[in-house]
Design a protein around this ligand. Structure first.
Ligand code: AMP
Length: 301
């Protein structure tokens, strides 16, 4: 197991990236907020497989948390994260302080992506995606990576980051990676640590709802409204869940769709105890042909 270099400043990143470039290596970036789990390490593994210099950023970005959200409580475990990055084959960890990243909070400069940030999670978390777009733009400017890796788990974030990188002409290509799940289907998330044992037992209901919606499409259903009804039926069978949304959208633009065709995002969000959980699947529908992209089960049974 290699030991990744741990740096805390932008200038140290620039030195390490320049050295890697001189060695002829491509630069791979995996942005995270730490408390790393198998979802994160799968991104690092994909970066490693692509070859070159693999950097992982660990930064709990205050800009993307609302005033009543869990910024202070968000799990932090740099020691555990360093070990996880080492096992996954990362070369560099960038763990800056808030002061290193921002002159002042709120920062004067924000990167704001319109339209695709408005529905779904954007509706419940005003300003969240501007915070994400701003920090990812900064990371792209700092690393000038060839590729950066993002999880399909955060489908709307992926769409926002893709659009931001394109609109601002970053050289970095955005690579989407599958959602990694526990054995019972629950999408891995640092926030799953907030769940009590009873809540944890209820949490796979999100995935069950998504699978039930996919089954309808397999059976020939093409009406978005019918899927929404099915999603709500399964979600509301679990009284601990406080459903925020259950929606069917175009996977690329996050726009509403009239019929289920092409690349379709089926996405849910719900509060469960202290946690806010999100999950999604993508359906690729071409006539009678239906392909379900639901991620990978990685947890031990
Ligand atoms: P976070 O630390 O939660 O901000 O996530 C950092 C990156 O890991 C984002 O691109 C997430 O989409 C991705 N990620 C988080 N959970 C998972 C998961 N269960 N499977 C795949 N990617 C994930």
């Amino acid at each position: 197991v290699n030991t990744p270099e741990l740096v805390h400043t932008v200038s140290a990143v620039r030195d390490a990236v320049a050295a890697a470039r001189r060695r002829g290596q491509a630069i791979r970036l995996v942005p995270t907020m730490g408390a790393l789990h198998a979802g994160h390490t799968s991104l690092i593994g994909r970066a490693r497989a692509d070859g070159g210099f693999v950097a992982v950023s660990i930064f709990v970005n205050p800009l993307q948390f609302g005033p009543s959200e869990d910024f202070a409580a968000y799990p932090r475990d740099l020691e555990g994260d360093v070990a996880a990055v080492a096992r996954a084959g990362g070369d560099l960890i960038f763990a800056p302080s808030v002061e290193e990243m921002y002159e002042a909070i709120p920062s004067l400069t924000r990167v704001s992506v319109a339209e695709i940030t408005e529905p779904l999670c954007g509706a419940a978390r005003p300003g969240h995606f501007d915070g994400v777009a701003t920090v990812v733009a900064k990371l792209f400017a700092i690393f000038e990576a060839d590729t950066a890796y993002f999880g399909q788990k955060d489908a709307q974030q992926l769409a926002v980051v893709r659009r931001m990188a394109q609109d601002l002409s970053f050289r970095t290509a955005v690579v989407a990676c599958p959602t990694i799940r526990e054995a019972d289907g629950l999408a891995m998330s640092s926030r799953n640590a907030y769940l009590t044992a009873q809540e944890r037992a209820a949490a796979p209901t999100l995935y069950r709802a998504l699978r039930a919606a996919a089954d309808l499409v397999h059976a020939g259903e093409r009406e978005p409204a019918a899927l929404r009804v099915k999603l709500m039926e399964v979600l509301s069978s679990e009284p601990r869940l406080d459903v925020e949304y259950a929606e069917v959208r175009d996977a690329g633009t996050i726009e509403r769709i009239g019929t289920i065709d092409g690349d379709v995002l089926v996405a849910v969000a719900a509060r469960l105890g202290r946690a806010r959980l999100i999950d999604n699947i993508v359906l690729h529908v071409h006539g009678d042909d239906v392909d379900v992209e639901a991620g990978e089960i990685k947890g031990d049974l």
